[in-house]
Each structure stands twice: as C-alpha cells, then as structure tokens.
Design a protein around this ligand. Structure first.
Ligand code: ZN
Length: 176
C-alpha cells in the first residue's frame, strides 16, 4: 500500500485516512467519492489541516472556511446516500427499540439531532462509530424512504456498511 502524505501537516498514512482534493480552475474540490480525475492532494479530515493546505496552495485567494463547509456538506450528503443503499441492502436496524433488542456491537450508529440527550446517551454504547447530532430526524427518514421521521438507525459493518463507517469517521473528525 503506497503511503500518502497530508498536504497540510505532512503526516503519512493510507489513502482512506485522508480526504482527497482535486484542483479545478484554481479551486480545490473535495473528492469524497474518490472518482474525480486529475492531480489530487490528500489532507487529514481536520479543520486545521484543510486550513494549512488552502493557505499553502492558494495564498489567501480562497477562504478555508468555505472549503471546510463544502467538504462537510459533501460528506453529509454522501453519508445519507450510502445510508439509503445500506437500508435497501437490509444491513440496518431502525429505531431505538429494535437497536436495544438486538444490542449490536460493531458498526455505525446514527443518532439524530431530534433525540433527547438522555435517550442518546443510552444508545451510544451500541456501535463503534457514533454519528450524533448532525442529521435531523427528517434527513434520516428520507434516506430510509420512510414516511415517518427516524430518530436513530444502526448500520452493520458489512459491505457498504464498512464504507459508511469510514466516511462517518471523517465527518466526525472534521466537525471537531
Ligand atoms: Zn494533516
């Protein structure tokens, strides 16, 4: 596995630890799905690294805040589209009662902004990656193609579930 280097802090690591940015018309674009052609730069999913990268390569011509916001939005949207596929692939457990009954260990747990702090705390022990307070009940409900709003959903770490955990970790790291 070839090592990559963060264009912000110079830390070395494997491809999937970083967010890749491609330069198009003198602007960096986050390549969240890993499908954009062209020369890319790998950057840690950290606000500070994106800031350093943008400052180094674009010398004040582009605001790093706008790039961070764009990256967060893309990570969030991609995560919702993956969640939709995961649900169709039947690797999800929907709703707190079902999650408590099943007691899943490894995988990604989504807790919506709408759940109370106490309910959220009781659920957090399920899952190795917990995505909390980022998505609304409505966004999760839509991703699952449910009429109702959904407060919590668990994704097993099988197939696309593994990708969800990787993208979820990046989103969490970038929100810190
Ligand atoms: Zn870095």
């Amino acid at each position: 596995m070839p090592e990559r280097t963060c264009a912000g802090c110079r830390k070395k690591g494997e491809k999937e630890e970083f967010i890749r940015f491609v330069i198009f018309e003198n602007k960096p674009f986050p390549d969240i799905k890993g499908t954009l052609p062209g020369r890319g730069f790998n950057v840690c999913p950290r606000k500070d690294c994106i800031k350093k990268f943008v400052k180094k390569k674009f010398k004040g011509k582009i605001s790093h805040e706008s790039i961070i916001e764009e990256t967060l939005n893309q990570l969030k949207n991609y995560l919702l589209s993956l969640l939709s596929v995961a649900h169709k692939s039947r690797i999800t457990i929907v709703g707190q009662d079902n999650i408590k009954k099943t007691k899943p260990e490894k995988g990604t747990l989504f807790i919506s902004k709408g759940l109370s702090r106490k309910t959220a705390e009781n659920l957090e022990k399920y899952g190795t990656t917990v995505i909390k307070g980022i998505l609304s009940n409505e966004e999760i409900g839509n991703a699952l193609k449910k009429e109702a709003e959904i407060g919590t959903v668990f994704v097993k770490p099988i197939g696309i579930g593994k990708k969800i955990e990787i993208i979820g970790k990046k989103l969490k790291s970038l929100l810190k």
